[in-house]
Design a protein around this ligand. Structure first.
Ligand code: ADP
Ligand code: MG
Ligand code: MG
Length: 935
């Protein structure tokens, strides 16, 4: 929300509010800290007197060349006088000095902002007054030396190292181990030395004028808003730069006044588990900064209960009250001065996914918030966090720093032995060893090594690279594009940060953070069944959402998992993954190698019969050629028959796992050469063999494959012979697949189950493509059912992944009963980007330079790709009102894209199984009209 920036000349603007009069609900104006102080004060809680200078004042200051806007200083002084009146002390009064803290606070707490200055108002006169006032000279000088150090560092910009060094050397000269060992005289000396240091460093004496101290501190807070760290942070998290920061000036209270004083921080509920119990730390006889700086180890808040039961009880009541006011877990700061409790801060607590879900569900049960509020409050990433294996925190601590970082491409922790080769991965994993497949990048041929790996690490590629996409679908942790890690596949080493790992060395990946660790960290497995609160929350989500949640799954195991997590259908079975399974590639290769000639044999026959029918003489072809083609056709059909046997089993398994739920099966899609050895590799092998004078059947076979691969070679396979084009040129392949689907369904039906297959034709772009495929394939289905003597309901539909398909969606819907938007390809073809090239070459730069505001392969591009989707749905449904519409691209698991799918009236989204709980929540949030903040 933009803050109204009033010109500096506007008179009559209220720039400063006393905590008791401030508009406590206006966090934009008062900042989080200021709003919290105001709310607590107005609720009658014990808060030291305070006032807040608004974020509007900060903005006015920025736009007026770093001058205070008119009226600001006068209002500050007036408010200061009110503080003085309340406390009966005066800033700068040597007899009875008032001290204050100056605290920054934007709407959201934000690293990079100025640190708080405590004890402002001390100088050589007031320190004496403080000593008399408190009857504690040591305390007064300790406060003074702290102030000089903080003010020197934070406001005057003297290096913190130099200040610490000066303090430490004074300590060692005094023979003091701890700060508390220094006596009043020694502290006085330290203070003098620090002031001298400041004077040397800044060229001016340390300011003794207390009002000047205040003015400088306020300006320093304002300036820190535009400091590099703060600006960088806002850029990264897309926080607007015109929010501004507020400045709160708070009467000092002292936790370091003896054993009946102390300071602490606490959460109203445990921020990591959500348990309903105050959780926090406490440090007796200390000032706030000591807790944060880790100078002394704080004790658990439960100790405070033993020490000061009365104070603790009061604190407990306050905590409860604040939670009820904010209806959320609070993160509190407090100080106890001589037995009296003061509240210094309250804000909504940051928490883990687990705690977020547990507290939201508990608060619904406590009647504090509604189910709807609970659903709105949980972020999709909270859900994600709960459902992946995580490092055991104990074990994680022991391993220390990560050796490198990459993109958090697929969440969860994975631990295993490094392997660099997919074959080795399959081999070791086959023996039950956990492995981490480590590659510069992965490609479809690596699949057999990816599937059994515990996790995947690549040094190249983005979060929609092959490795990332495949890993997410399998629910496997993956870190992609870890550029700082050098992966040398040839030498089988991985090195980063001075550490080199070899095959077999242990490595641990945190796919949730992108951190890579050398060594073995133990992990903790999630179990959805045990996550009672999450299940409750997702149950509420299911009641709220209107969008179906389906999964992309290729195996019965993935299907079963998806189902357990709440999927009510499979939106994409990629049949080609089945071709890559153990034992099948030789048959697939044989089939592909024979396909082109087999096709010619079919065409020969067709030409002959057409000629006969027309009473003409058939064309004459060399009988040897004819014979060769016929042989190829026989071979082709017989390998297809073998493959059909495999495929019946595949489809049987997945339809069975999804009994009673729809399963969208996509017919073969990728270019055929993807199933064959690489062109360059074959060429290399053959040349090498020839050079060595080798010959024989093996080499001949290689040469034959080489020629076939050369024939299939394409300039641009992504736009080449693939998708339904394959099915149209080589109908026997898809007929085999469809027959297998029908046979599997028939078998299940006979077993009393309820299979619901939906057959999807990929890469459809024209009316005729869809019509032709449906006509041919539906015949196959009917034949199978007729011969099996059963009826199973089925659908035929189109994978919508070409812009033309969206534009002529009405024509396609004439024969398509469903549309599934393949938004990976649709994004490629709409932008004209080849995804693999884009990610490797320019996408990163585009994102960095903000040429693209986000990655359209991760989150749907509403304006372009989305518009095509919208048009397609509209035109398709106009033709066929019952048209079922879903999405099966990677974006299907992305909350922002799910919101879009809801808006355009899709029936379901289909995502990787691991994303299903997130998608259930996101779909509910979409139904509640919440815009995801992920992007
Ligand atoms: P941060 O945003 O880093 O938490 P704060 O402004 O909350 O910064 O202050 C830092 C520390 O100083 C906290 O422990 C806070 O409780 C303490 N503190 C701030 N103002 C006062 C005050 N007026 N009296 C005593 N302690 C204070
Ligand atoms: Mg604080
Ligand atoms: Mg596609």
């Amino acid at each position: 929300m933009a803050v109204e920036v009033k010109p500096a000349t506007t008179s009559g603007t209220t720039w400063v509010y006393m905590a008791e009069d401030a508009p406590a609900a206006d966090r934009d104006l008062l900042g989080g800290k200021g709003a919290g102080l105001a709310a607590m004060t107005q609720a009658g809680l014990p808060v030291p007197p305070a006032f807040t200078i608004t974020t509007a004042a900060c903005n006015a200051f920025q736009s007026a060349n770093k001058e205070f806007p008119q009226g600001l200083w006068e209002q500050t002084l007036a408010s200061l006088h009110k503080l003085e009146a309340k406390s009966g002390r005066k800033l700068g009064d040597s007899a009875n000095p008032l001290l204050v803290s100056v605290r920054s606070g934007a709407r959201e707490s934000m690293p990079g902002m100025m640190d708080t200055v405590l004890n402002l108002g001390l100088n050589d006169d007031t320190v004496a007054g403080l000593a008399r006032q408190t009857n504690n000279e040591r305390f007064a000088w300790d406060a003074y030396r702290r102030f000089v150090g903080m003010f020197g560092r934070i406001v005057l910009g003297v290096s913190g190292e130099k200040i610490d060094h000066a303090f430490d050397s004074a300590k060692s000269r005094a023979g003091a181990k701890q700060d508390t060992d220094l006596n009043a005289d020694q502290l006085r000396d330290v203070t003098r030395e620090l002031k001298e240091l400041v004077q040397r460093e800044t060229g001016s004496p340390f300011p003794t004028d207390v009002l000047q101290q205040l003015e400088l501190a306020i300006k320093a807070v304002f300036n820190s808003w535009m400091g590099k760290r703060a600006v960088d942070y806002r850029n990264q998290f897309k926080i607007p730069h015109d929010l501004g920061t507020a400045v709160s000036v708070v009467t000092m209270v002292f936790g370091n006044m003896g054993d009946d004083s102390g300071t602490g921080v606490a959460f109203t509920r445990d921020p990591s588990t959500g348990k309903r119990e105050i959780f926090g730390e406490f440090l007796p006889n200390a000032q706030g900064e000591d807790v944060v700086a880790g100078i002394r180890t704080p004790i658990s808040i439960s100790k405070m209960r033993e020490l000061w039961p009365e104070v603790y009880r009061q604190f407990e009541q306050i905590a409860d009250r604040l939670e009820k006011t904010y209806k959320d877990v609070q993160d509190l700061e407090f100080t106890v001065e001589r037995g009296k409790l003061y509240m210094l801060q309250t804000r909504n607590a940051k928490r883990t996914g687990k705690a977020a879900v547990v507290t939201a569900v508990d608060m619904v049960n406590e009647g504090l918030i509604t189910r709807e509020e609970a659903l709105k409050r949980i972020q999709p990433m909270h859900v994600q966090q709960i459902l992946v294996p995580q490092f055991d925190p104990e074990s994680r601590r022991k391993v220390g720093e990560p050796i490198g970082r990459g993109l958090a491409a697929s969440p969860g922790a994975a631990v295993g032995k490094v392997v660099f080769d997919p074959d080795r991965s399959a081999e070791l994993a086959g023996k039950g060893e956990p492995v981490i497949l480590t590659r510069r990048e992965t490609s479809p041929e690596d699949f057999h090594g990816m599937a059994p790996a515990a996790g995947i690490l690549t040094s190249r590629g983005g979060s929609s690279s092959h490795a990332a996409v495949v890993a997410r679908q399998m629910g496997k942790p993956c870190i992609a594009g870890a550029e700082e890690i050098d992966i040398d596949v040839a030498r089988q080493t991985l090195s980063a940060d001075g550490t080199t790992l070899h095959e077999g060395d242990w490595i641990s990946l945190d796919g949730t953070t992108g951190e890579v660790f050398a060594g073995r960290i133990s992990t903790i497995e999630p179990d959805l069944k045990l996550e009672t609160e999450l299940l409750t929350l997702l149950g509420w989500a299911d009641e709220t959402r209107t969008l179906g949640i389906w999964a992309n799954a290729d195996t019965p195991e993935e299907g079963t998992r998806a189902r357990a997590w709440g999927a009510t259908g499979i939106g994409l079975v990629r049949t080609e993954h089945m071709f890559r399974q153990e034992g099948r590639p030789p048959f697939v290769q044989q089939m592909i190698l024979a396909a082109p000639e087999a096709r010619l044999a079919r065409l020969d026959e067709e030409a002959e019969s057409t000629a006969r029918a027309e009473g003409k003489t058939p064309p004459t072809i060399d009988p040897a050629v004819v014979e060769q083609r016929r042989r190829a056709r026989r071979e082709y059909l017989s390998t297809l028959d073998t493959l059909r046997g495999f495929q019946v089993g595949d489809f049987y398994g997945i339809l069975k796992a999804m009994d009673g739920l729809p399963v969208v099966i996509r017919l073969i899609d990728p270019p055929l050469h993807e199933f064959l050895p690489k062109h360059e590799k074959l060429l290399e092998d053959i040349t090498a063999a020839r050079a060595k004078g080798q010959s024989g059947p093996e080499l001949e076979e290689k040469e034959r494959i080489f020629q076939a691969v050369s024939r299939l070679h394409e300039q641009n396979p992504m736009l080449g012979l693939r998708g339904c084009r394959l099915g149209i040129l080589f109908p026997e392949i898809v007929e085999m697949q469809v027959a297998a689907i029908a046979q599997a369904a028939a078998r299940l039906k006979k077993e009393g189950l309820n299979p619901i297959p939906e057959i999807m034709v990929p890469l459809v772009g024209t009316r005729n493509e869809m019509a032709l495929e449906r006509e041919r394939l539906e015949g196959v289905v009917k034949d199978v059912f007729a011969s099996e003597g059963v009826q199973v309901s089925y659908k035929f539909g189109a994978c919508m992944e070409l812009p033309r398909a969206c534009l002529v969606a009405g024509q396609i819907a004439e024969t398509a009963e469903f549309f599934s938007y393949g938004t990976n390809d649709l994004t490629q073809t709409t932008y004209g980007y080849s995804r693999d090239d884009a990610e490797g070459k320019f996408l990163g730069e585009y994102l960095k330079e903000k040429v693209l505001p986000f990655n359209p392969f991760e989150s749907i591009d509403r304006e372009g790709v989305g518009e095509l989707v919208r048009i397609g749905i509209e035109r398709g449904r106009k033709q066929r009102a019952s048209l079922e519409v879903g999405i099966c691209g990677e974006q299907g698991g992305d909350p922002a894209s799910i919101a879009f799918c809801h808006e355009v009236g899709m029936n379901y989204v289909s995502c990787s199984p691991g994303r299903i709980p997130v998608a259930r929540l996101a779909a509910a949030q979409a139904a509640l009209g919440i815009t995801p903040t992920d992007r």
